[in-house]
Design a protein around this ligand. Structure first.
Ligand code: BES
Ligand code: ZN
Length: 625
């Protein structure tokens, strides 16, 4: 079995007797990967000391990144860098020469640094530029309190290199310390040990003691407050949100206990969540110790908290056991969706878990339909060479990954599967795995010992859904479908049938409108249930999607859609709505909205929608008159 990232402790035979006097030489082997210029087999970074100042006036970070390196006797170390202004570089405290390679639109530039064969540390002095893609600088107007500016970073997949010069590959693992200077009235937090109160000088020190991949380095700066939920969980948010956030996520400690009961001790000591302004491009991002989350999760009834279970699950799948390359992204996300749904089942029962699983099942079918012209992109193992990994990492990794693992679970039985998964996380903790490493592990630890044949190859390397996929059912969803049919037949709303429906039932009901539903029928539903003004972001989003597709324009829904798209930058929501415009042949309408809203989006959302709508800011031909 090959574990490319396992530590190989080589102790010279000649020194057998003096082993206690000498440190063992540690060598790691890295697999080739398409999204980093680094050549870690020659020299790689182990530890980062970051020293930066956050300047809201010029919207730049300035400072230095110093690294402890492992140097395999070479004269150069290569880092990744994109849109950074590199000022000077030192090797072991002395200025050294460096050169930037050719620019690639996705990868940026290689930063070649000249070193000696015994160089142990390097230090890069740099500044970010206005083209940085990881950072989003927000005006007070774009925040909840509207009083202070805000900054957050988003590193995954290959954006950390746009705010720190670094070997930006998930195979790299580093510990880090950071000194961050911010304006006095603001608080800084990172994916590290965090402050619970503001420092009056705006001076913050951070430490991340466990080695993490560069895409997990994260920073937020704003007018933040902290509230503890338990001794090891808590929330950060702006003042006007903090009570609601604390209440919404009050189950976090129970989630953490449920997760530990399944797959072993939480490795990161603290699990906090920060709720960011609404332009944050994801539902959640699993930055270690401090998940970053969208405020669209704050529904008031805890109905969207499975996203928190998801990000918590990444503390095992993703942060502890990490995909080696972005082609193996399903190892991060498929396992995490599986684990998320198990946590939700432990807390709220099988009925809720199966509803979540079925929503994912429908997403999977929609995605396969969307990708019908490129069936190879529905494989679990991807080939994202020469692509922006962010564009290639679709929901197949999540939903097909989940279905694969659930099918395996049902084939081998839950007891055996849980023992297997627990040992998978323990054995591979703090390492990175390729898909092939996983397949080996699966064969030797689960399938062969149990004398089982399983079509693993078909699941991983073939498009579409294999015929042995687990069948998932939900009485509640069956009932929602019957309710919809009855409404469509009678054109009458019977509110007795929808009493006590959960968010998931509403989402299922709305998403399953047939092509033939009329704007008049949608008006009947809207008058009864006021979906257009729903305070639940998921219900509102699927309702808006249907309104666009079926040309429902009652209740001023267009205005709400435009204001939703202006405020919310969560990529999944924004993309779903712009896809709906495209599907309904309303690209002109979409472009006229997008021209107004694009400036509010983080670069990852903007670049996805640019691609979807074929939008180039300079290109006047794609703009409506
Ligand atoms: N790690 C992802 C977010 C991500 C994926 C960032 C790819 C950059 C590239 C995060 O854990 C995630 O999956 N978020 C989802 C939530 C989820 C419940 C499916 C989201 O943002 O919607
Ligand atoms: Zn995830």
């Amino acid at each position: 079995m090959k574990y490319p990232l396992i530590f190989l402790f080589a102790i010279a035979l000649s020194c057998f007797n003096c082993a206690s006097e000498k440190e063992p030489i540690e060598t790691k082997t890295f697999v080739e990967e398409p999204h980093s210029f680094a050549i870690p087999n020659k020299a790689y970074i182990n530890h980062l000391d970051l020293d930066i100042e956050v300047d809201f006036d010029t919207q730049t970070l300035k400072g230095s990144a110093s690294y402890d390196i492992t140097n395999n006797n070479v004269s150069e170390i290569v880092l990744d860098s994109k849109f950074l202004n590199i000022k000077s570089v030192e090797a072991d405290g002395k200025e050294t020469s460096f050169r930037l390679g050719d620019f690639d639109e996705f990868l940026g530039q290689a930063l070649h640094i000249d070193i000696k064969n015994d160089t142990k540390t390097i230090k890069v002095f740099y500044e970010t530029t206005e083209r940085t893609e990881a950072l989003q600088w927000l005006d007070p107007q774009q925040t909840a309190d509207k009083t202070h500016p805000f900054l957050f970073t988003q590193g995954q997949a290959i954006l950390t290199r746009t705010w720190i010069p670094i070997q930006d590959s998930p195979q790299i693992r580093i510990t880090y310390n950071a000194n961050v200077k911010v304006p006095n009235e603001l608080m800084a937090v990172m994916s590290a040990e965090n402050p619970k109160e503001k420092n009056p000088e705006g001076s913050y020190h951070f430490q991340m003691k466990q080695p993490i991949s560069p895409y997990l380095i994260a920073l937020s700066v704003g007018n933040l407050e902290y509230r503890a939920i338990s001794n090891r969980t808590g929330v950060y948010a702006e003042t006007s949100m903090i009570d609601k956030v604390q209440n919404e996520f009050s189950e976090m400690d129970n989630m953490l206990k449920a997760a530990e009961a399944l797959y072993g001790t939480y490795a990161w000591e603290q699990f906090d969540v920060i709720v960011l302004p609404p332009s944050f491009p994801f539902g959640g991002m699993e930055n270690p110790r401090l998940t970053f989350a969208t405020p669209t999760l704050i529904a008031g009834d805890k109905s969207l908290t499975s996203v928190i279970a998801h990000e918590l699950a990444h503390s095992w799948s993703g942060n502890l056991v990490t995909n080696s390359t972005w082609n193996d992204f399903w190892l991060n996300e498929g396992f995490t969706v599986y684990f998320e749904i198990r946590i939700m089942e432990a807390l709220y029962g099988k009925e809720r878990a199966d509803m979540l699983a079925l929503i994912g099942r429908q997403d999977l079918e929609d995605e396969i339909e969307d990708l019908k012209d490129t069936p190879e992109s529905t494989q679990l193992k991807l080939d994202l060479k020469n692509e922006n990994p962010d564009d290639g990492m679709n929901s197949i990794a999540y939903d097909k990954g989940y279905l694969f693992l659930r099918t395996l679970e049902e084939t081998v039985g839950r007891d055996k599967f849980d023992v297997f998964l627990k040992s998978y996380f323990t054995t591979n903790a703090f390492t990175t795995l390729t898909t092939e490493d996983f397949v080996n592990y699966l064969n030797t630890k689960l399938l062969e010992p149990n004398n089982l044949k399983f079509n693993t190859g078909e699941w991983i390397y073939k498009p579409g859904i294999p015929s042995n996929a687990a069948v998932i059912t939900s009485d509640k969803f069956d009932n929602a479908e019957r309710t919809l049919e009855q409404f469509l037949k009678l054109n009458e709303v019977d509110t007795a049938l929808t009493n006590n429906w959960t968010t998931q039932e509403w989402v299922h009901f709305i998403r399953n409108f047939p092509e033939t539903i009329t704007p008049e029928q949608m008006a009947l539903l809207d008058n009864a249930f006021d979906f257009t003004n729903s305070g639940n972001s998921h219900i509102a989003m699927v309702w808006f999607e249907q309104s666009i597709i079926h040309d429902y324009r009652g209740n001023d829904v267009d205005k709400n859609i435009a204001s939703f798209l202006t405020q919310v930058g969560r990529r999944w929501y924004v993309e779903t709505l712009f896809k709906a415009y495209k599907k309904a042949d309303k690209v002109e309408e979409a472009l006229s909205i997008y021209k107004e809203t694009r400036g509010n989006y983080h670069s990852v959302t903007a670049s996805t929608i640019d691609l979807l709508l074929n939008y180039t800011s300079e290109d006047t031909t794609s703009q409506v008159e």
